[in-house]
Design a protein around this ligand. Structure first.
Ligand SMILES: [Zn+2]
Length: 191
Protein backbone atom coordinates (compact mmCIF):
# COMPACT_ATOMS: atom_id res chain seq x y z
CA UNK A 1 0.00 0.00 0.00
CA UNK A 2 1.29 3.43 -0.94
CA UNK A 3 1.34 5.83 2.00
CA UNK A 4 0.48 8.81 -0.18
CA UNK A 5 -1.06 7.34 -3.30
CA UNK A 6 -0.80 9.87 -6.11
CA UNK A 7 -3.75 10.93 -8.14
CA UNK A 8 -4.02 9.28 -11.54
CA UNK A 9 -4.71 11.92 -14.15
CA UNK A 10 -4.03 9.61 -17.07
CA UNK A 11 -3.30 5.87 -17.25
CA UNK A 12 0.05 4.61 -15.92
CA UNK A 13 1.03 3.56 -19.44
CA UNK A 14 0.39 7.04 -20.84
CA UNK A 15 2.16 8.65 -17.87
CA UNK A 16 5.24 6.53 -18.62
CA UNK A 17 5.05 7.57 -22.28
CA UNK A 18 4.81 11.19 -21.17
CA UNK A 19 7.85 10.83 -18.92
CA UNK A 20 9.90 9.18 -21.71
CA UNK A 21 8.82 11.64 -24.42
CA UNK A 22 9.57 14.58 -22.13
CA UNK A 23 13.01 13.27 -21.09
CA UNK A 24 14.38 12.06 -24.44
CA UNK A 25 16.26 14.24 -26.91
CA UNK A 26 14.97 13.29 -30.36
CA UNK A 27 14.62 15.28 -33.57
CA UNK A 28 10.87 15.89 -33.13
CA UNK A 29 11.13 17.12 -29.52
CA UNK A 30 9.88 20.59 -30.50
CA UNK A 31 6.70 18.96 -31.87
CA UNK A 32 6.23 17.24 -28.51
CA UNK A 33 6.39 20.60 -26.73
CA UNK A 34 4.08 22.24 -29.27
CA UNK A 35 1.47 19.59 -29.88
CA UNK A 36 1.51 17.15 -26.97
CA UNK A 37 2.92 18.48 -23.70
CA UNK A 38 0.73 21.60 -23.42
CA UNK A 39 -2.42 19.73 -24.40
CA UNK A 40 -1.97 16.90 -21.90
CA UNK A 41 -0.90 19.12 -18.99
CA UNK A 42 -3.60 21.74 -19.53
CA UNK A 43 -6.33 19.19 -20.03
CA UNK A 44 -5.47 16.45 -17.55
CA UNK A 45 -2.87 17.56 -14.98
CA UNK A 46 -3.29 19.73 -11.88
CA UNK A 47 -1.86 23.24 -12.17
CA UNK A 48 -0.06 23.98 -8.90
CA UNK A 49 1.63 27.35 -9.37
CA UNK A 50 4.30 29.42 -11.05
CA UNK A 51 8.06 28.92 -10.99
CA UNK A 52 10.81 31.08 -12.35
CA UNK A 53 13.74 29.71 -14.30
CA UNK A 54 16.92 31.80 -14.37
CA UNK A 55 19.53 31.06 -16.99
CA UNK A 56 22.83 32.92 -16.84
CA UNK A 57 24.77 33.11 -20.08
CA UNK A 58 28.49 33.37 -19.49
CA UNK A 59 30.43 35.95 -21.48
CA UNK A 60 32.49 34.49 -24.31
CA UNK A 61 34.83 37.48 -24.62
CA UNK A 62 36.29 37.05 -21.15
CA UNK A 63 35.39 33.40 -20.53
CA UNK A 64 33.04 34.39 -17.73
CA UNK A 65 35.76 36.02 -15.62
CA UNK A 66 34.65 39.63 -16.14
CA UNK A 67 38.25 40.54 -16.92
CA UNK A 68 39.38 41.09 -20.47
CA UNK A 69 42.97 40.18 -21.18
CA UNK A 70 45.06 41.08 -24.14
CA UNK A 71 47.93 38.74 -24.91
CA UNK A 72 50.91 38.88 -27.16
CA UNK A 73 52.17 35.60 -28.60
CA UNK A 74 55.70 34.78 -29.57
CA UNK A 75 56.55 31.24 -30.53
CA UNK A 76 54.90 29.03 -27.95
CA UNK A 77 55.00 31.70 -25.27
CA UNK A 78 52.15 33.97 -24.28
CA UNK A 79 52.64 37.34 -22.63
CA UNK A 80 49.95 39.34 -20.92
CA UNK A 81 49.96 42.82 -22.38
CA UNK A 82 47.06 44.36 -20.56
CA UNK A 83 44.11 43.52 -18.39
CA UNK A 84 40.92 45.50 -18.00
CA UNK A 85 37.29 45.18 -17.05
CA UNK A 86 35.34 43.34 -19.76
CA UNK A 87 33.00 45.74 -21.55
CA UNK A 88 30.80 43.02 -23.01
CA UNK A 89 29.41 41.79 -19.74
CA UNK A 90 28.79 42.40 -16.08
CA UNK A 91 31.09 40.32 -13.88
CA UNK A 92 31.38 37.61 -16.55
CA UNK A 93 27.62 37.26 -17.12
CA UNK A 94 26.64 38.35 -20.61
CA UNK A 95 22.91 37.93 -20.21
CA UNK A 96 20.42 36.70 -17.64
CA UNK A 97 17.30 35.11 -19.03
CA UNK A 98 14.24 34.77 -16.86
CA UNK A 99 11.56 32.37 -17.99
CA UNK A 100 8.23 32.07 -16.23
CA UNK A 101 6.98 28.52 -15.94
CA UNK A 102 3.68 26.95 -15.04
CA UNK A 103 4.08 23.95 -12.80
CA UNK A 104 1.82 20.94 -13.14
CA UNK A 105 1.54 17.65 -11.38
CA UNK A 106 0.70 14.65 -13.55
CA UNK A 107 0.35 11.19 -11.98
CA UNK A 108 2.62 12.23 -9.13
CA UNK A 109 5.37 13.85 -11.24
CA UNK A 110 6.12 17.55 -11.68
CA UNK A 111 6.35 19.08 -15.16
CA UNK A 112 6.76 22.64 -16.40
CA UNK A 113 5.69 24.61 -19.42
CA UNK A 114 6.86 28.15 -20.22
CA UNK A 115 4.19 30.80 -19.90
CA UNK A 116 3.50 34.43 -20.63
CA UNK A 117 5.58 36.79 -18.45
CA UNK A 118 2.58 38.97 -17.69
CA UNK A 119 0.77 36.14 -15.91
CA UNK A 120 3.47 35.70 -13.31
CA UNK A 121 3.11 39.28 -11.97
CA UNK A 122 -0.27 38.41 -10.55
CA UNK A 123 0.78 35.34 -8.62
CA UNK A 124 3.82 34.81 -6.42
CA UNK A 125 6.58 32.57 -7.70
CA UNK A 126 7.04 29.42 -5.66
CA UNK A 127 10.41 28.10 -6.79
CA UNK A 128 13.44 29.51 -8.51
CA UNK A 129 15.09 27.09 -10.90
CA UNK A 130 18.72 27.97 -11.60
CA UNK A 131 19.96 27.01 -15.06
CA UNK A 132 18.71 24.44 -17.52
CA UNK A 133 16.39 21.68 -16.34
CA UNK A 134 18.23 18.38 -16.67
CA UNK A 135 16.21 15.37 -17.73
CA UNK A 136 16.95 11.73 -17.00
CA UNK A 137 18.82 9.96 -19.76
CA UNK A 138 16.37 7.63 -21.50
CA UNK A 139 16.43 5.40 -24.57
CA UNK A 140 16.11 7.59 -27.67
CA UNK A 141 13.97 5.13 -29.64
CA UNK A 142 11.63 4.57 -26.69
CA UNK A 143 11.31 8.32 -26.18
CA UNK A 144 10.45 8.91 -29.85
CA UNK A 145 7.95 6.04 -29.95
CA UNK A 146 6.35 7.39 -26.77
CA UNK A 147 5.98 10.76 -28.48
CA UNK A 148 4.25 9.10 -31.44
CA UNK A 149 1.87 7.18 -29.14
CA UNK A 150 0.94 10.36 -27.26
CA UNK A 151 0.48 12.26 -30.52
CA UNK A 152 -1.77 9.47 -31.82
CA UNK A 153 -3.91 9.43 -28.68
CA UNK A 154 -4.06 13.12 -27.75
CA UNK A 155 -3.63 14.97 -31.04
CA UNK A 156 -4.73 12.79 -33.96
CA UNK A 157 -4.87 15.68 -36.45
CA UNK A 158 -1.25 16.56 -35.79
CA UNK A 159 -0.27 12.88 -35.93
CA UNK A 160 -1.63 12.54 -39.49
CA UNK A 161 -0.06 15.85 -40.46
CA UNK A 162 3.33 14.71 -39.12
CA UNK A 163 3.16 11.29 -40.80
CA UNK A 164 2.13 12.94 -44.08
CA UNK A 165 5.14 15.27 -43.89
CA UNK A 166 7.54 12.42 -43.16
CA UNK A 167 6.16 10.37 -46.09
CA UNK A 168 6.20 13.40 -48.37
CA UNK A 169 9.88 14.08 -47.70
CA UNK A 170 10.76 10.38 -48.14
CA UNK A 171 8.82 10.16 -51.43
CA UNK A 172 10.41 13.38 -52.61
CA UNK A 173 13.84 11.91 -51.84
CA UNK A 174 13.08 8.76 -53.84
CA UNK A 175 11.60 10.79 -56.73
CA UNK A 176 14.74 12.93 -56.93
CA UNK A 177 16.92 9.83 -56.87
CA UNK A 178 14.96 8.23 -59.75
CA UNK A 179 14.93 11.48 -61.71
CA UNK A 180 18.68 11.75 -61.26
CA UNK A 181 19.14 8.17 -62.47
CA UNK A 182 16.90 8.71 -65.52
CA UNK A 183 18.63 11.92 -66.54
CA UNK A 184 21.86 10.00 -67.15
CA UNK A 185 22.54 8.86 -70.68
CA UNK A 186 21.68 5.21 -71.27
CA UNK A 187 25.28 4.08 -71.48
CA UNK A 188 26.08 5.90 -68.21
CA UNK A 189 23.68 3.74 -66.24
CA UNK A 190 25.45 1.25 -64.01
CA UNK A 191 23.15 -1.58 -65.14
ZN1 LIG B 1 32.98 39.48 -20.40
Amino acid sequence: MELFPHKKHISDYMATCFYLANSGVYEEKQLFYQHVKNIILEKHADFIGYDLQIIEHKCWSCGGTGVWKKYWYEGNARYLLKEEKCWNCKNGIYQIKKISLKRYILNGSVYHIPCDESMIDKEPVQNIIQGIVKHDVVDLKEAFESFLILLWVYNRTEFYYHVKNVLKSKIQGIAEFVQNLMSRKNNDLPF
